[in-house]
Design a protein around this ligand. Structure first.
Ligand code: NAD
Ligand code: ZN
Length: 359
């Protein structure tokens, strides 16, 4: 088992990573917490495979568990479901010492975390992420939210979990498209902070997709450690945390103009990373190998990288993104594999030139 400590003074917590954790998690929590009323939130896909296993393990450790499965999908991350979940919190008589457990992908993690952050001004919650994206990204860092018709994640706050339990076995049932989408975030960590991780991905892609335990442990633990380090230095995204948005500026624009239907988040981010690298080359910040190495990894994932989208529409969407600061676009740009800078010096002229050419 790997254990990563996220050091956020009073909000510190541990991330545990191993196989077979689902059947141990209740026992592990019981070591540090009195048994209590527990709302275990999942989605129907995950619930039918793992819901009872986890609920039973908590019950064996005297927790009074209610298991609740929402339909799957991004559109479930809404305020109506938040209200429904508050009703369940009241019906199950949760109080400020009770526990919320999020068992699922980023949708369940973000929504359940939002409930935990707001019910009675905040009660403890545990993350058990089951998608690769949730294991390396959304379950760590304490951003919790629901979507609003005006935009994704617009209603939310920062609220850290009590602990995160990552069971690598759960990836055996994850649809391969979701595995690929999560893998893109791992590539991102390599580019922003860790050339060795990047080289490992180039060497071990086959093992990772064969779900080799050691390979999974390595990429998940390294990703969690990188995210933890960044979040420790900048919990509320004042500056450094923005490097985690590498590939996300153009990625979000692509998701927005295709109405979040055509691309999985990771697929759009992959294209965004390639464009960001092209911009960095154009600005003389880096050389072509940085682009070529990412391109090769992304192509091996089977992702298509040509969007057919017009540069005008991408640029328009960029300027309406909530991450724009005083109307200036900010890009995270690689200087080499393992190092990025944040720049607000990318002119519209450069953007048009890059986005008008195929990748
Ligand atoms: N809080 C953050 O910092 C942060 C960071 C990145 C993304 N996010 C959010 O995360 C969400 C995306 O997360 P996601 O990609 O995990 O999506 P998701 O939660 O919709 O899960 C993807 C799909 O995989 C299924 N699934 C998950 N684990 C499974 C398993 N082990 N076996 C079988 N099926 C499984 C789910 O039912 C779903 O259909 C978005 O809402 C995004 O905004 C949040
Ligand atoms: Zn992302």
């Amino acid at each position: 088992m790997k254990k990563i400590h996220v050091n956020l003074s009073a909000n510190s917590y541990n991330i545990y990573i191993d196989k077979d954790l689902l059947v141990k998690v209740g026992e592990m929590i019981a070591k540090g917490k009195e048994p209590c009323k527990t709302l275990l939130i999942t989605d129907e896909n995950i619930g039918k495979i793992y819901g009872e296993i986890v609920a039973e393990n908590f019950r064996q450790n005297n927790f009074d568990v209610k298991l609740l499965a929402l339909p799957p999908g991004e559109d479930q991350k809404n305020i109506e479901n938040a209200l429904l979940l508050y009703d369940h919190c009241f019906a199950h008589k949760l109080d400020r010492k009770s526990l919320i457990v999020a068992l699922g992908g980023g949708v369940i993690g973000d929504l359940s975390g939002f409930i935990a952050a707001t019910f009675m001004r905040g009660i403890p919650y545990i993350q058990i992420p089951t998608s690769l994206l949730a294991q390396v990204d959304s379950s760590i860092g304490g951003k919790v939210a629901v979507n609003h018709p005006k935009g994704k994640n617009m209603i939310g706050c920062f609220y850290q979990p009590t602990a995160v339990f990552i069971d690598t076995n759960t990836l055996s049932t994850l649809p391969s498209k979701e595995m690929v989408a999560g893998f893109v975030e791992v590539i991102k960590y390599g580019v922003i902070r860790d050339a060795e991780l990047f080289a490992f991905l180039e060497k071990s892609m086959y093992d990772i997709f064969q779900l080799n335990h050691e390979a999974l442990l390595k990429i998940i633990a390294t990703s969690c450690q990188i995210k933890a380090n960044v979040v420790e230095q900048d919990e509320k995204e004042k500056d450094l945390r923005a490097i985690l948005n590498y590939g996300h500026t153009i990625g979000h624009a692509i998701e927005t103009i295709t109405n979040y239907k055509k691309y999985r988040h990771g697929e759009a981010v992959a294209i965004g990373m390639l464009y960001a690298s092209k911009i960095a080359i154009e600005l003389g910040l880096t050389d072509n190998t940085v682009f070529e190495r990412q391109l090769s990894l992304i192509k091996n994932l089977g992702l298509s990288i040509q969007t057919g989208l017009k540069s005008e529409s991408i640029i328009k969407a960029l300027y309406t993104d909530k991450k724009t600061i005083s109307g200036r676009l900010r890009f995270v740009l690689p200087t080499k594999i393992g190092e990025v800078i944040i720049s607000d010096k990318v002119s519209d002229e450069i953007l048009y030139r890059i986005l008008d050419n195929p990748l």
